[in-house]
Design a protein around this ligand. Structure first.
Ligand code: DAH
Length: 340
C-alpha cells in the first residue's frame, strides 16, 4: 500500500509540474483528489489494513494529499503570473500619444438669457409654455386680429410652407394656443425661434428669438402691465433702470406701446451707442389684449381683460453682453461662445 501511494505521489507531482494551462490543472485535481480520484480510492481500501498499519498509512496518505495540493497551488501561481506578464508586455500603453478627447460645446448665451427670463417670470407666477416653430396662418395672423392686408402677411416678409402653414413670424401665436387650451385666468410666457424674410446684417437675421408673455384675468389694467414689465426690467438689468412707454400699433393689442430702457452703456448719460439719447430703443412691444383676440379664443371680453408683451431675446442678449453683431450668436464659434 505504501509503495502504491509513493507511486501515485510521483506520478501526480510529475504531471502537475508539466501542466501549461490552468484547465489542465483542474483536470488533475479531479483525477487525484476528487471524490472518485485515485488517492481517494486508495484511502477507501484502508479498511483491509491491520489496526497497526492503518494510522501509519493514513498519515502517509495525508502527507501526500498536502504535497499534491501544494504542488498544485505553486503551479497555479506560476501560471497566473505568466499570463499577467504576457498581457502586460502585449498591452503597452503609449503615454506619448496626445489626448484626443473631443471638446464639448459651450452653453449658448441666448439659452442663458432665455432661462434667466423664464426664471424671472416663473417667480412672478407665470407658467412657461412651449410652442411650435411651424404654425398655421390662423394662429399666427387671423386670431391675432391681423388684417388681411397687413404687410407682415406678405410672401416677401414671411416664409410660407403652404398657403395655410408658415414658419411663425413671432411668438404671439403661443398666446392664442394658450388661451384656447387653458382659458382664463392665465399667466404664461413662451420663448423660442421665430422667422422673417430678412437679409442678414449686423442687427438682422432671418432666424431670431422672442419671448412672449400674456396675463388674462378680471380687472387687469395697463397699470399691471407697466408694473410687471418695470419690475422685470429692473431685475434683469439693474435697479437703476428706467423705462419709457411710447404709443405704438399692434393689431392684437389696444392700446399698444413700445418700451425703451435706459442705455446700458452709459446708464442714461448719453453715448455713441444710444445716439446720445440715453435710451436703448424698442426693447419690447406690449399692450392690452384686444377684446377681439380674447373672443377669438373663447374668452368673455366683458368679464376678462389682459396684457401681453413680446421681446427680442437676441436684442436683449446683445444689449446685456455688449455685442455689436447678431451674427456672432449664430456662427457657433466656440472661441466666441466660451466667453460667456
Ligand atoms: N409680436 C410682436 C412682434 O413680433 C411683439 C409684440 C408686441 C408681442 C405687442 C405682444 C404684444 O404680445 O402685446 O413685433
Amino acid at each position: 500500500m505504501r509503495e502504491k501511494l509513493q507511486e501515485l505521489r510521483e506520478l501526480a507531482i510529475n504531471s502537475i509540474n508539466n501542466v501549461i494551462e490552468l484547465t489542465e490543472l483542474e483536470n488533475l485535481r479531479v483525477k487525484y483528489l476528487g471524490k472518485k480520484g485515485e488517492l481517494t480510492q486508495v484511502l477507501k481500501g484502508m479498511g483491509k489494513l491491520s489496526e497497526e498499519e492503518r494510522p501509519v498509512i493514513g498519515q502517509v496518505a495525508n502527507e501526500i494529499r498536502v504535497e499534491i495540493e501544494e504542488a498544485m497551488n505553486k503551479v497555479k501561481e506560476n501560471l497566473k503570473n505568466k499570463t499577467l506578464t504576457e498581457k502586460l508586455t502585449k498591452e503597452k500603453i503609449d503615454i506619448t500619444v496626445t489626448n484626443r478627447v473631443k471638446k464639448l460645446g459651450h452653453r449658448h448665451p441666448l439659452l442663458a438669457t432665455i432661462e434667466e427670463l423664464e426664471d424671472l417670470f416663473i417667480s412672478m407666477g407665470f407658467k412657461v409654455l412651449p410652442g411650435p416653430e411651424i404654425e398655421n396662418v390662423k394662429n399666427n395672423f387671423d386670431d391675432l386680429n391681423s388684417p388681411d392686408n397687413h404687410p407682415s402677411r406678405d410672401l416677401s416678409d414671411t416664409f410660407y410652407i403652404t398657403e395655410d402653414i408658415l414658419l411663425r413670424t413671432h411668438t404671439s401665436p403661443v398666446q392664442i394656443r394658450a388661451m384656447k387650451e387653458y382659458g382664463a385666468p392665465l399667466r404664461m410666457v413662451s420663448a423660442g425661434r421665430t422667422f422673417r424674410f430678412d437679409d442678414v446684417d449686423d442687427t438682422h437675421s432671418p432666424m431670431f428669438h422672442q419671448i412672449e408673455g400674456l396675463v388674462v384675468d378680471e380687472k387687469i389694467s395697463m397699470a399691471n402691465l407697466k408694473y410687471t414689465l418695470d419690475v422685470f426690467i429692473k431685475e434683469l438689468f439693474g435697479k437703476d433702470m428706467k423705462t419709457r412707454y411710447r404709443p405704438h400699433h399692434f393689431p392684437f393689442t389696444e392700446p399698444s406701446a413700445e418700451v425703451d430702457v435706459t442705455c446700458l452703456s452709459c446708464r442714461g448719460e448719453g453715448c455713441p451707442v444710444c445716439n446720445y439719447t440715453g435710451w436703448s430703443m424698442e426693447l419690447l412691444g406690449c399692450g392690452m389684449v384686444h377684446p377681439q383676440v380674447l373672443e377669438n379664443c373663447g374668452i368673455d371680453s366683458e368679464k376678462y381683460t389682459g396684457f401681453a408683451f413680446g421681446m427680442g431675446v437676441d436684442r436683449i442678449t446683445m444689449v446685456k453682453y455688449g455685442l455689436k453683431d447678431i451674427r456672432l450668436l449664430f456662427d457657433n464659434d466656440n472661441r466666441f461662445l466660451e466667453q460667456f
